[in-house]
Design a protein around this ligand. Structure first.
Ligand code: MCA
Ligand code: AMP
Length: 472
C-alpha cells in the first residue's frame, strides 16, 4: 500500500496517531485522515484527472490523499499560479475539476470541495503500482512547463530508498515549510511521512523561526530544506542552535554552498545530509546517515539506482573525482515520460531506462557524486525553484512595451541564482515584474529588469547569455 500508515484496518485496529499531520494550528489524526480522505475519494472516484491548488493546508493534504486512495491522478498547481500558466496546466493535463481550494479564476472547471469533517469508511482496493500517482508540471529550457507523469511504484521506491539511506522511521517527526506543489515538499515530505508513518509538521513557510519552534515545541527530528532555507537558518544563530536537538538535517533541490554546510556543523552540531534528484527522476543520490557527509558532494546512488557519466560523444569518463561528464541515472523511481510530449520524452529518457539529467557532474573512485552545474544556462534554480528562462521570455514578449528580451540566472548568495531580465523596449521595470507575476507563478518573477539599448549577440544573432550573466 502506497500510504502504508493509512491502512484502514490497522488504523481501526488501534494504530492511530493523534497528530499524524500538523499544518499551522490544525492537526489531523490518522483516523481523521483515513475518514476524511476516503470521503474525498468517494467524490472524485471515476475522474481521470483532477487539479489541486497546492496551498500548504490540510485541505491539500486531504485532496492529495483522497486521490491516492481512489487511484485518481492529481495535478498539483502552484499555489501562486498566474493566468497563462494555470490555463496551460489545465488544458494540457485535461484536469476535469478543481479539488479543494479554488484559485481566483477557475478557468471554467467544476469544483469538488474537500470537507474536513466528512467521513467515509469505505475500503478501496489498492490501485495498481504501475498506475500514475500524479502529473507535476516543471519548466524546461524553452516553452511552457511539461507534465511529468510519475507512477505510484516510483513514489514508493523513492521513499523506501530514502528511508534506508536516512534511517527514517515512524519514530521521526518530519518538519518542513516547503511548497506542496514540488517533489521536495509534497512527495518526500508529505507522502514520505504518510508511507513511513512518522509525524509530519508543516511550518507554513520555511523560516528559521518556524523550524526552531518546531524543534522545541513539536520535537522535530528530521528537517528538510532547500539551500536558501539553510543559508537563512545559519544567519539566525538562535534558530540554528534550536536545531541541535534534531536527528538529521537534509538539504536538496540545489547546491548547498560549502560555507553554509560548515556553519550548520558549527551552529547545530549536524553535518547536513545532501541529496540530489529532479522532478523527473525523484531523488537518486544521497549521502548516508552512517556514511561520509562531504561538503559540496551529494552522495552515492540510492538502492536500485545506477548512474553513468559520459562525455559529449557518449563515452564513459573516468571516476577520478575530477573529470566532468554528463550525468545519466536509471532506477525504479524514474518518471513515465512527459504528458503529451513524446519527442521531448525521447530526448531525455531512453528505451533502456536511462534518464539524461541535464546536469554535469564528477564521480570519485568511491562512487561519491558532485554536481558541477547544468548543461544549459536556460534552466535557472532560484530559491530551489526550477525556472525556465524561455518561459519568462515568452511571457515578457507578450507585453506591448517589450521588443527583445533575454532572461538569465545571476549568482546570488541567498537564492543560489536570481532571475534577471534584460529588456530592449519602452516600459518601466516594475510593471514588467508585475506582468510576469500575473501570467506565471509569482516565484517566477524577475528580481530585476534591466532596460538596455541592445542585447549582446553572436554572428548568428544568438544572444550571448553567458556574457549577459557576467554584466552584473
Ligand atoms: C520575491 N519577492 C518579490 C520578488 N520576488 N518582490 C518583488 N519583486 C520580485 N521580483 C517578494 C516575495 O513575494 C516575498 O514577499 C519577499 O520578496 C521575499 O521573497 P523571497 O526572498 O523569495 O523569500 P520567500 O518568499 O521567503 O521564498 C524563499 C523560499 C522559497 C522560502 C526559499 O523560494 C521556497 O519555498 N523555495 C522552495 C522551492 C522548492 O521547494 N523546490 C523544490 C523543487 P512576502 O514575504 O511578502 O511574501 S523539487 C526539486 O528540486 C527536486 C526534486 C529536489 O531535488 O528536491
Ligand atoms: P527540479 O526539477 O526542480 O526537480 O530540479 C532538478 C534540478 O535541481 C537538478 O537537475 C539539479 O540541477 C538541481 N539539484 C537538485 N538537487 C541538487 C543538489 N543537491 N545539488 C545540486 N543541484 C541539485
Amino acid at each position: 500500500m502506497l500510504l502504508a500508515s493509512l491502512n484502514p484496518a490497522a488504523v481501526a485496529g488501534g494504530a492511530d496517531l493523534s497528530d499524524a499531520v500538523t499544518i499551522g494550528d490544525t492537526a489531523l489524526s490518522r483516523s481523521d485522515l483515513v475518514g476524511a480522505a476516503t470521503s474525498v475519494a468517494e467524490r472524485v472516484g471515476g475522474a481521470s484527472r483532477v487539479a489541486i491548488l497546492a496551498t500548504p493546508s490540510v485541505t491539500t493534504v486531504l485532496a492529495v490523499t483522497g486521490c491516492l486512495i481512489a487511484g485518481v491522478p492529481f495535478v498539483p498547481v502552484p499555489a501562486d499560479v498566474g493566468a497563462a500558466e494555470r490555463t496551460h496546466i489545465l488544458t494540457d493535463s485535461g484536469a476535469q475539476a478543481w479539488l479543494g481550494e479554488l484559485p481566483a479564476d477557475t478557468g471554467g472547471l467544476q469544483h469538488v470541495p474537500v470537507r474536513l469533517h466528512a467521513r467515509s469508511w469505505h475500503r478501496y482496493v489498492e490501485p495498481d503500482s504501475d498506475a500514475p500517482a500524479y502529473i507535476m508540471y516543471t519548466s524546461g529550457t524553452t516553452g511552457a512547463p511539461k507534465g511529468v507523469q510519475t507512477s505510484r511504484r516510483a513514489v514508493a521506491a523513492d521513499i523506501d530508498a530514502l528511508a534506508a539511506a536516512w534511517q527514517w522511521t515512524p519514530e521521526d517527526t518530519l518538519v518542513h515549510g516547503l511548497p506542496l506543489f514540488h517533489v521536495h515538499g509534497l512527495v518526500l515530505g508529505l507522502l514520505g511521512s504518510l508511507r513511513i508513518g512518522n509525524r509530519f509538521v508543516h511550518t507554513g513557510k520555511p523560516t528559521p523561526d518556524g523550524y526552531a519552534q518546531a524543534a522545541e515545541k513539536s520535537g522535530g527530528t528530521l528537517f528538510f530544506g532547500v539551500p536558501t532555507v539553510w543559508s537563512r537558518v545559519v544567519s539566525d544563530a538562535a534558530a540554528a542552535t534550536a536545531l541541535r536537538s534534531a536527528r538529521l538535517l537534509v538539504s536538496g533541490s540545489a547546491a548547498l554552498p560549502v560555507p553554509v554546510f560548515d556553519r550548520l556543523v558549527s551552529l547545530t552540531g549536524h553535518a547536513p545530509v545532501e541529496r540530489y534528484g529532479s522532478t523527473e527522476s525523484l531523488i537518486t543520490l544521497s549521502t548516508l546517515v552512517d556514511g561520509d557527509r562531504r561538503p559540496g558532494w551529494v552522495g552515492l546512488p540510492l538502492d536500485g539506482v545506477q548512474t553513468r557519466l559520459v562525455d559529449d560523444g557518449g563515452a564513459p569518463v573516468p571516476h577520478d573525482g575530477e573529470t566532468i561528464g554528463h550525468l545519466h541515472v536509471r532506477g525504479p523511481m524514474l518518471f513515465d515520460g512527459y504528458l503529451n510530449r513524446e519527442a521531448a520524452t525521447a530526448e531525455v529518457l531512453g528505451d533502456d531506462g536511462w534518464y539524461r539529467t541535464g546536469d554535469v557532474a564528477v564521480i570519485d573512485d568511491g562512487g561519491m557524486h558532485r554536481i558541477v552545474g547544468r548543461e544549459s544556462v536556460d534552466l535557472i534554480k532560484t530559491g530551489g525553484h526550477r525556472v525556465g528562462a524561455g518561459e519568462i521570455e515568452t511571457a515578457l514578449l507578450g507585453h506591448p512595451g517589450v521588443d527583445e528580451v533575454a532572461v538569465v540566472g545571476v549568482p546570488d548568495d541567498d537564492l543560489g541564482q536570481r532571475i534577471v531580465a534584460y529588456v530592449v523596449g519602452d516600459t518601466d521595470p516594475d510593471s514588467l515584474i508585475q506582468f510576469v507575476a500575473e501570467q506565471l507563478s509569482v516565484h517566477k518573477r524577475p528580481r530585476e529588469v534591466r532596460l538596455v539599448g541592445e542585447l549582446p549577440r553572436n554572428a548568428m544573432g544568438k544572444v550571448l547569455k553567458k556574457e549577459l550573466a557576467q554584466w552584473d
